[in-house]
Ligand binder design. Structure first.
Ligand code: DX5
Ligand code: ZN
Length: 226
């Protein structure tokens, strides 16, 4: 059975010269490895793309959770699924046919995720959620790691969780940005069940231990043991 809470370290905060080692450093502790793909258009920052994902795929057993912060997901997203990603998430703000792209991702063998940035409301997307496995709710403005968590954005998590529960949807609600031992607890209480953490994992002395502490905090807040 899938673990009930997912902790996904973001390699955006890792040492890019040693990505394979950084991925292996959280194997056994993390559930997914979060891969932030940025194109310098949808967000100002530029990170990594398909060639790096393909190479890294061979270097770790962790499932990849690719978060595409790019202008043209229709052109690129399926490639990340074909590269062996477990979940591929694209942004609602730039998707002309989100349900169609979700279908294509699933056909290519991955789960499908929809992301909404800080200033995007969740309500217009609720009816689309049956097409998706994950909903990623940014808890910062997308683009850079190391920003401060914005607690007001958890209202979107509560709204989405209520909607998913009333519709009996199997939906992971993932929060991304500023996640540490305190904000992970608040996010879990609000109904999130997948947690991305860059800085708080990779800037810790022991990244695997940081993941374990994050998970324990989320579990306490959610009142679960799994
Ligand atoms: C930012 C990325 C995040 C980022 C989180 O746009 O989507 O995944 O890596 O980093 P921290 O945990 O440092 O906020
Ligand atoms: Zn991300």
């Amino acid at each position: 059975m899938a673990p009930s809470l997912i902790v996904a370290p973001s390699i955006l905060a890792a040492d890019f010269a040693h990505l394979a080692d950084e991925a292996r450093a959280v194997e056994g502790a993390a559930d997914w490895l979060h891969v932030d793909v940025m194109d310098a258009h949808f967000v100002p920052n530029l990170t990594i793309g398909l060639p790096v994902v393909r190479s890294l795929r061979k270097a770790t057993s962790l499932p990849f959770d690719c978060h595409l912060m790019i202008d043209d997901p229709r052109r690129w997203a399926v490639g990340y699924a074909e590269a062996g990603s477990y979940n591929v998430t694209f942004h609602a703000e730039v998707a002309d046919d989100p349900a169609g792209l979700a279908r294509d991702l699933r056909a290519a063998g991955s789960r499908a995720g929809l992301a909404i940035d800080r200033d995007t409301p969740v309500e217009p997307y609720l009816e689309l959620l049956p097409h998706f496995d994950t909903l990623l709710i940014m808890t910062i403005k997308a683009g850079f790691g190391g920003q401060r968590f914005v607690p007001e954005l958890l209202d979107k998590v509560r709204t989405a969780r209520r909607h998913a529960a009333s519709g009996h949807l199997e939906l992971r609600i993932e929060v991304d940005g500023g996640i540490d031992e305190d904000s992970i607890a608040a996010s879990a209480e609000a109904g999130a069940d997948a947690f991305v953490a860059g800085t708080s994992v990779y800037r810790a002395d022991d990244p695997a231990d940081a993941v374990r502490r994050l998970r324990a905090s989320a579990q306490r807040a959610a009142g679960r043991d799994g």
